[in-house]
Design a protein around this ligand. Structure first.
Ligand code: GLN
Length: 189
């Protein structure tokens, strides 16, 4: 049974724990460096990336988490979590930093005000059949590096990507009862 941390500085932590436990993982919230020890993977939830960035520095968990990701800790980021995994962001707040690891450029709040939040059905490589995807002030991916696989797109932009042990989606599978994206992540642990 893999033990998966859920970064619990801000955002929809409870929904990710429920989805991970439904696919057979043990979960633990992570706010402090020592809570990273012994994890098989970590989930970076949706929420507000600039807040997660700021709190990660205040709690002293930023540097050890960045080191763990560089050392190969598998991670799945949804929405703000995708932003946190991106090496580069567009439209971040001044001085906003990410943890990085994914060789992508992500545009924050990309889908704009009119369609701030919407739902659509997607095909996602690695998941059989259609996936109902919930987008909430979501980012999209504007540039993908050579080692990045695009798993799904919406409105002509990648919204799910994978690079090695890192998985990221613009949307929120944890906001639905469908646990297949969490199963995809857990299967790699
Ligand atoms: N717009 C948010 C951000 O910039 C992300 C929204 C979300 O996670 N639902 O972090």
């Amino acid at each position: 049974t893999p033990t998966v941390g859920v970064l619990a500085l801000q955002g929809d932590v409870v929904d990710h724990r429920r989805a991970l436990e439904a696919v057979g993982a043990r979960t633990r919230t992570v706010r402090r460096p020592e809570e990273l020890v012994g994890l098989d993977g970590i989930v970076l939830p949706g929420g507000e990336s600039s807040t997660i960035d700021r709190l990660s520095r205040r709690f002293g968990v930023r540097e050890p988490l960045v080191a763990a990701l560089r050392a190969g800790l598998p991670a799945y980021g949804s929405c703000a979590g995708m932003i946190m995994l991106a090496d580069e962001i567009v439209d971040g707040l001044p001085d906003q930093q990410t943890f990085g690891g994914l060789d992508v450029t992500v545009r924050r709040n990309a889908f704009g005000r009119q369609v701030d939040s919407f739902e659509t059905d997607l095909d996602l490589i690695g998941v059989d059949g259609t996936l109902h995807a919930v987008f909430i002030r979501a980012p999209w991916v504007e540039r993908v590096g050579a080692d990045v696989e695009v798993l799904a797109s919406a409105a002509g932009h990648p919204v799910a990507v994978r690079q090695g042990a890192l998985l990221a989606t613009s949307f929120h599978p944890e906001a639905t009862a469908d646990t297949r994206v969490h199963a995809l992540f857990a299967a790699g642990l």
